[in-house]
Design a protein around this ligand. Structure first.
Ligand SMILES: [Zn+2]
Length: 498
């Protein structure tokens, strides 16, 4: 069984902060989290000799210590002994990780270790749109933005471009410390097999993912039928498969592009399996205007009528909801994902998190594909709530729970394992950050460290399900230079066809 030992980190377990702790991973699971002095007593022997056993006397990584040479630290390795920390107090990169038989040692001395982050809503298919020029005049409203950019883009995507988009997004997730994503995919002319293509690409990079295809009437009946079948087939495959790396939901675009007949076909398809939906809800006023004018219902009322809402359903945005809709949403126990950077970019308005939280809506946080960076999304959410309410404390009251607790809870419900916790028996999804707290780090100060420090930090080492997928800031299963070159060529071709 493969073993990974992450030693002497400042560990945020999801529930508490351990000022110095060692995390031992065996297989895909965290086997031990040993804090401070307990580590020497409780740590099982490693390797084949005393040099590999932790010793309290030597549980520091100061390579200048004479004792270090004979009784190396828990993280000690041949490389560690010959490449001590540099003068700036930072361990040389080559010394941070060393392999020894089936054990990988990561010296996290003084650096923050956290559970892997979860992105509750993203769009892999937007990855190659970075810098794309529109062929129409700039949009002046949200629907024009969909028509002139996103719907044209997803129509043009080929399966190869989808695969590259998934690889690119996965790399950016790993480098942002994101280990689990909930993707909402659209490629209306490359539907069949698109989800398994994405799943394969993410699997190669090591990311945990919940996927869906967004059904929409915008490309006609054949695309609707293909979208329903793509969701259904992928859900069946995922339910049949073993493991906890891949899950599915049934994807719907938004009320404004879904007829009653289409919604009925989708809910019928989902009836036979135990998954929920993933759908944009009231992102813009146009979603409500459409529902009211065509169906004499508000968006949430309409979705409730078709049985779309429920504890496994992920709604996204929910900016333009009235009180009754918020109550229906809360009573359904559906999730609502907040995506502040996308909302600001699209100029569609702002969700009041306090109002939703008070009503009992289950909130989560996502990037909507705007970036892969959940730390930055959390900062933006914080700033936007302060700005919206005119109260400097509004962000503190509503956002901290989302980044770790709520998103992890959504992931736990979805994948059936204790994602978001670093404790014995939980899945080994964690991040060693290039961040050494320069002020006291406690549970009370954690949010301040996130907003003013971690937001600028890089993920150095990322483990997902016991697999070392980012090592010293570099993805293990992907050559970034090659990927960038391939993506750039593909993007130019895509932009020409767009
Ligand atoms: Zn979205």
């Amino acid at each position: 069984m493969n073993r990974i030992v992450i030693s002497n980190g400042i560990v945020f377990t999801g529930e508490e902060i351990l000022s110095s702790a060692t995390v031992v991973i065996e297989g895909d699971t965290i086997a031990h989290v040993i804090s401070g002095d307990d580590s020497a007593r409780n740590m099982p022997a490693l390797g084949d000799g005393n040099e590999n056993r932790p010793s309290n006397k030597t549980s520091h990584t100061n390579g200048a210590s004479p004792s270090n040479r004979t009784s190396p630290t828990y993280a000690a390795s041949p490389a560690n002994q010959t490449s001590p920390t540099n003068g700036a107090g930072r361990t040389n990169r080559a010394s941070q990780v060393a392999n020894e038989a089936d054990t990988i040692y990561v010296d996290a001395s003084g650096r923050l270790v956290t559970p892997g982050l979860v992105n509750a809503h993203t769009h892999i298919y937007s990855a190659l749109a970075r810098g794309i020029a529109l062929k129409d005049p700039p949009p002046t409203n949200f629907v024009q933005n969909l028509e002139r950019l996103w719907w044209r883009l997803d129509r043009a995507l080929t399966m190869d471009e989808i695969r590259l988009s998934a690889r690119l997004h996965a790399v950016e997730c790993l480098k942002s410390g994101v280990t689990t994503i909930f993707d909402h995919h659209a490629s209306q002319r490359a539907i069949r097999g698109s989800l398994s293509t994405i799943a394969q690409a993410l699997g190669e990079l090591g990311l945990r993912a919940c996927l869906c295809f967004e059904v929409s009437d915008r490309e006609g009946a054949a695309a609707v039928a293909a979208g329903v079948e793509e969701n259904s087939a992928f859900i069946r495959d995922t339910l049949d498969a073993e493991g906890t790396m891949l899950r599915a939901r049934f994807g719907l675009h938004a009320s404004l592009t879904l007829s009653d007949a289409t919604l009925e076909a989708c809910t019928k398809a989902v009836d036979s399996c135990s998954v929920g939906f993933h759908i944009h809800v009231a992102e813009d006023k146009s979603d409500q205007t459409d529902a009211e004018s065509r169906y004499s219902l508000r968006v949430i009322e309409r979705l409730a009528r078709f049985g779309v809402l429920g504890p496994q359903t992920i709604c996204v945005h929910g900016i333009h909801l009235d009180e009754r809709e918020i109550d229906i949403l809360a009573a359904s126990s559906a999730w609502l994902v907040h995506c502040p950077e996308s909302n600001m970019n699209n100029a569609v308005g702002c969700t009041s998190l306090q109002e939703l939280k008070s009503a009992g809506v289950r909130l989560a946080l996502g990037t909507d594909g705007f970036t892969a960076n959940m730390m930055r999304e959390a900062l933006s959410a914080h700033l936007l709530q302060n700005h919206l309410t005119g109260q400097p404390g509004a962000g503190y009251n509503t956002v901290p729970d989302l980044l770790f607790s709520a998103n992890a809870a959504l992931a736990r419900e979805t994948f059936g394992v204790d994602i978001g916790l670093l404790c014995e028996g939980s899945p080994a999804d964690l991040v060693v950050w290039d961040y050494r707290p320069p002020t006291p780090l406690t549970m009370n100060s954690l949010w301040g460290h996130i907003l003013f420090g971690l937001v600028n930090a890089r993920a150095e080492d990322v483990i997902i399900s016991g697999r070392h997928v980012l090592q010293n800031g570099v993805p293990v299963s992907c050559n970034e230079a090659d990927l960038a070159r391939h993506c750039s060529l593909a993007a130019q071709d895509l932009w020409d066809r767009f």
